[in-house]
Design a protein around this ligand. Sequence first.
Ligand code: SF4
Length: 353
Amino acid sequence: MDAPIEKTPEIEGELLDLVTKAGQVYRNHFNGDAWFGRCIFLSWYCERGTCTFCFRSVTKHKIEHASQARRSLASVLAEAMLIKGLGWRIEFLTGGYGICDDTQLLRFVKLVSQILDEKIWVNLGEIGTDLLQEFTPYVRGIISSIETVEEQLHNTVCPDKPIAPYVTMMQEAKQLGFELGMTIVLGLGEKKEDFSLLKTFIQENNITRITIYALRPVKDTPFEHGPDPLDVAWWVAQTRIAFPTIEIIVGSAHYRIPELSLHLRAGANAITKLPASNIFNTKRGLQVEEEVRKADRNFISHFSSASVYEIADWEAMLSRADLTAEEREEVRAALYQYLDKMAKKGKVLFDKE
Ligand code: SF4
């Protein structure tokens, strides 16, 4: 497994030129704001469970029934409140295949959208036409987890998740007025020549947002290492130069934080895949804020605060969600569990300074 990245990698030569150019392209089209995108997981279950890099493919993580792995409504909505209150953005609402029925799914989507007071992005596999239509009032965009666009590699790493049904779904979603996004994972065995395939895929499918994840190796899978941060920077910069206005989000890890400034310099809009509620009000949280500053970007998300109870109007968020009084109380209790932990860590962090 990978050792932590201790300092921001230096770049030189061709990569430095590429990153500089991509940074300029970014500056020509965006205002410098950077944010943290938080994924909301509805479940740890996936009925496919066979993608070779995914933790769900590892036997000990396999969960027999969706109901065992589903998160409670209160914990999902408390997380949505944190996103709103701490200036994070929802990366997308997600969960593996077969997690719950459409009625339950639609209620989750609606409530999260109400808490955030905006339409959201969802990443829920191949969504049928009927459900797509029902999502219209609450959903802004549909994400497809493509993982890798190189067909042979895709067949190997995602044997039961072909690309074609996603393409069909994206065409339907586009017709219905949704924006379209995709995710790829670097470190699965892609080659730099494959960038042309990615470029074509983005163009042909009208993608306006891409999340580029650095593979986080999972024990007992065939993958032992994530990608070199310099390779991630290369892919981000190439994507930025080829698509000046696309939204690019980079997925990192808690042990890769020093790479973030490099990826922002390469033209990423935002960062994701950090354990934000755990590292909030810790040195690691401050390190995330520092990485964004180092890239000369304006961080609109918080990873530290001495006043988490006052930072947002938590009650206003709760009051706009269609919940029973009992559910509302459960969400409030789940939220305050988070806030109390954050406040406690903040006391240690800020009292020391
Ligand atoms: S479909 Fe998604 S959640 Fe399911 S095994 Fe593949 S990568 Fe993991």
